[in-house]
Design a protein around this ligand. Structure first.
Ligand code: NAD
Ligand code: UDP
Ligand code: UDP
Length: 343
C-alpha cells in the first residue's frame, strides 16, 4: 500500500522530490538534530522519501540551509533554527541526535561549546525522549576509542583517550553522551541506540572543514600541495555516506540497545590515500609532509561483526565509486562559489 506522490507548492511553484505514502500507523514523527549538516541532510532525504514527518533542529554552526532547501515548504518537513544546549519541547516518536561539530578544526574552534553541545545538548534530547516515551539514536564516534591499542576496534574495547588533549572536547564529549544514554536507559527505561560512526565522506561535506577527504580533493582540484600530517603511516577506513545512513536507520529500528560500529573496514594509510585521490582527480599537486597533529590516532578500522550479525548491515559502496561522486560534488561547489564570489 505504498505509492509515491508528488507534492507541488502552488504559490512557490516548487516541485519536491517524490515521497512514499505511509499509513498513519507506519508514519513516524522524527526529529533530526544537526539535520542541516553533511550526514544529517542525507538522513533527512531518506526518511522524507520513506514518507515520514521530519523536523530538523540545527543552529547552522557547520550546517547549511541549502543542504535541506529542497524540502522547505513540504507539508511533512519542518526546519527549526535552534541550539540543542537550550531545552526543546516538541512531540516526536524518534530522535536522531547528530548535532555536534565533527571535523577536528571545527570541534577545536570552540572546545567549550563542543563540550556543552555534547553534554547539555544530549541531556536535553534525552530529557525530551524520556518525556515523549520515544527512542533516541546517538551519533557517537570511533573517537571514543581514542588512539586504540587493539586493532581492529570492536565495541567491547573501552578506548584510549587523552582526557586533556586538544581532541578531548570531542572524544570525551561523545563518551559522556554515551554514558548519559545508558544512565537514562537504566534509570528511566528510555529507549536508546548508540552508533559509533567511523570516518564518513560524500557529497555535502564542507569544502573547508579540514578533514582529510575534503582537503585532499580540494588540494588536487586546485593544483595545490597535498598536505600529509606526519609521516602518512597513520591509517583510516572510509565509508560512503549512503552506507552510513542505511546503517543508522537499521539500528534505530532494531531492538538492540548496545553500541554498534558503523564503518567500512577497508583500511588505508594516509600516504596511500593521498595517491589514490591524486590519481582520481588528476592534476599536478605535489604530496608534501607537514608536522603531525597532536594525539592523532595511529590506526583506525572498525570490526563490524556486530552490525553484520544484528542489523544484517555491511557497506556496499566501493571507495573509488564514492570518491568519484564526491569529487563531482566538489567540482560543482567550486564552480558555484566562484560564480557567487563566495568561498
Ligand atoms: P556536520 O558538521 O556536517 O553536521 C553537524 C550538524 O550539527 C551541523 O549542521 C551543525 O550546524 C549542527 N550543530 C552543531 N552544534 C549544534 C548545536 N549546539 N545545536 C544544534 N545544531 C548543532 O558533521 P557530520 O559529519 O554530518 O556529523 C554528524 C554527526 O555524526 C556528528 O554528531 C558527528 O560527531 C558524527 N560523526 C560523524 C563522522 C564523520 O566522519 N562525518 C564520524 C563520526 C561521527
Ligand atoms: N528537556 C527538554 N525537552 C523536553 C523535556 C526535557 O529539552 O521535552 C530538558 C530539560 O529542560 C532538562 C533536560 O532535558 O534540562 C533533562 O530532562 P529530565 O527530565 O531528564 O531532567 P530534569 O528536568 O529533572 O532536570
Ligand atoms: N590528515 C592529513 N592531512 C590533511 C587532513 C588530515 O594528513 O590535510 C590526516 C589526519 O592527521 C588524520 C587523518 O588524516 O591522521 C584523518 O583526519 P580527519 O581530520 O579527516 O579525521 P579524524 O579521523 O582524524 O577525525
Amino acid at each position: 500500500n505504498i505509492y509515491t506522490r508528488v507534492v507541488i507548492d502552488i504559490q512557490e511553484q516548487k516541485v519536491y522530490p517524490e515521497v512514499a505514502f505511509l499509513n498513519v500507523k507506519d508514519r513516524k514523527r522524527i526529529l533530526i538534530t544537526g539535520g542541516a549538516g553533511f550526514v544529517g541532510s542525507h538522513l533527512v532525504d531518506r526518511l522524507m522519501m520513506e514518507g515520514h514527518e521530519v523536523t530538523v533542529v540545527d543552529n547552522f554552526f557547520t550546517g547549511r540551509k541549502r543542504n535541506v532547501e529542497h524540502w522547505i515548504g513540504h507539508e511533512n518537513f519542518e526546519l527549526l533554527n535552534h541550539d540543542v544546549i537550550n531545552p526543546l519541547f516538541i512531540e516526536v516518536d524518534q530522535v536522531y541526535h547528530l548535532a555536534s561539530p565533527a571535523s577536528p578544526p571545527n570541534y577545536m574552534y570552540n572546545p567549550v561549546k563542543t563540550i556543552k553541545t555534547n553534554t547539555i545538548g544530549t541531556n536535553n534530547m534525552l530529557g525530551l525522549t524520556k518525556r515523549v516515551r520515544g527512542r533516541l539514536l546517538l551519533a557517537s564516534t570511533s573517537e571514543v576509542y581514542g588512539d586504540p591499542e587493539i586493532h581492529p576496534q570492536n565495541e567491547d574495547y573501552w578506548g584510549h583517550v587523552n582526557p586533556i588533549g586538544p581532541r578531548a572536547c570531542y572524544d570525551e564529549g561523545k563518551r559522556v553522551a554515551e554514558t548519559m544514554c545508558y544512565a537514562y536507559h537504566r534509570q528511566d527505561g528510555t529507549e536508546i541506540r548508540v552508533a559509533r560512526i567511523f570516518n564518513t565522506f560524500g557529497p555535502r561535506m564542507h569544502l573547508n572543514d579540514g578533514r582529510v577527504v575534503s582537503n585532499f580533493i580540494l588540494q588536487s582540484l586546485q593544483d595545490k600541495p597535498i598536505t600529509i600530517y606526519g609521516e602518512g603511516k597513520q591509517t583510516r577506513s572510509f565509508q560512503y555516506v549512503s552506507d552510513l545512513v542505511d546503517g543508522l536507520i537499521r539500528l534505530m529500528n532494531s531492538n538492540y540497545s548496545m553500541p554498534v560500529n558503523i564503518g567500512n573496514p577497508d583500511e588505508y594509510t594516509i600516504g596511500d590515500f593521498a595517491k589514490i585521490i591524486k590519481g582520481l582527480v588528476g592534476g599536478n599537486s605535489k604530496i608534501v609532509k607537514k608536522p603531525p597533529m597532536t594525539d592523532d590516532p595511529r590506526k583506525r578500522k572498525p570490526d563490524i561483526t556486530r552490525a553484520k550479525n544484528i542489523l544484517g548491515w555491511s557497506p556496499k559502496v566501493q571507495l573509488e565509486v564514492g570518491l568519484n561522486r564526491t569529487i563531482e560534488y566538489f567540482k560543482n561547489e567550486l564552480r558555484r562559489t566562484t560564480l557567487d564570489g563566495r568561498h
